[in-house]
Ligand binder design. Structure first.
Ligand SMILES: [Ca+2]
Ligand SMILES: [Ca+2]
Ligand SMILES: [Ca+2]
Length: 161
């Protein structure tokens, strides 16, 4: 009966270690909290949570992998869709994270956040986001944040411009 609560605590904790929008789901042991992401290091939180192999670039594959984990984390009833209700928890987790991290105040961070919105992932407009829709959103998400259009996300794509 407390499963749901525990789950949401875990999710919140996980998200707190990650980037603005996002999502370090999956319970990875890196990017642990306490790292102070400040304005001096824009994009650091994003990189911490999305750059899985820690090579300094976030590729489309890495975004897909993360989205897969995120989807699983928030699809509470495991029906293969993120419903409006399930999305509420997801939105909340991201909002909480935005407050904690400076990334949310910079261009790249805001874009990353927007790319996670339900309306930006619900391609067939049926009011819920399927697994396929969510993973397909990875490309749009990358394009949105890839300011210098080199096909990957690096810290240079973050900035106050
Ligand atoms: Ca990488
Ligand atoms: Ca669901
Ligand atoms: Ca849909």
């Amino acid at each position: 009966m407390t499963n749901k609560i525990i789950r949401s605590i875990i999710i919140t904790a996980i998200l707190a270690t990650g980037a603005t929008s996002a999502i370090a789901a999956g319970g990875g042991g890196y990017g642990k909290g306490g790292q102070n992401s400040s304005n001096a290091n824009p994009g650091q939180n994003f990189m911490n949570s999305w750059d899985i192999n820690e090579d300094g670039t976030v590729t489309l594959e890495e975004i897909k992998t993360k989205r897969d984990q995120v989807f699983s984390s928030f699809d509470s009833n495991e029906d293969g869709f993120l419903s409006v209700e399930e999305y509420t928890y997801f939105d909340q987790a991201r909002a909480n994270d935005m407050e904690k991290h400076a990334d949310g105040q910079i261009k790249g961070g805001q874009k990353a956040a927007n790319s996670m919105l339900l309306e930006n992932n619900d391609s067939d407009n049926d009011g819920r986001v399927s697994y396929v829709e969510f993973l397909d959103g990875a490309k749009a998400s990358l394009d949105l944040m890839d300011n210098n259009k080199d096909g990957v996300i690096t810290k240079t794509d973050f900035g106050r411009n």
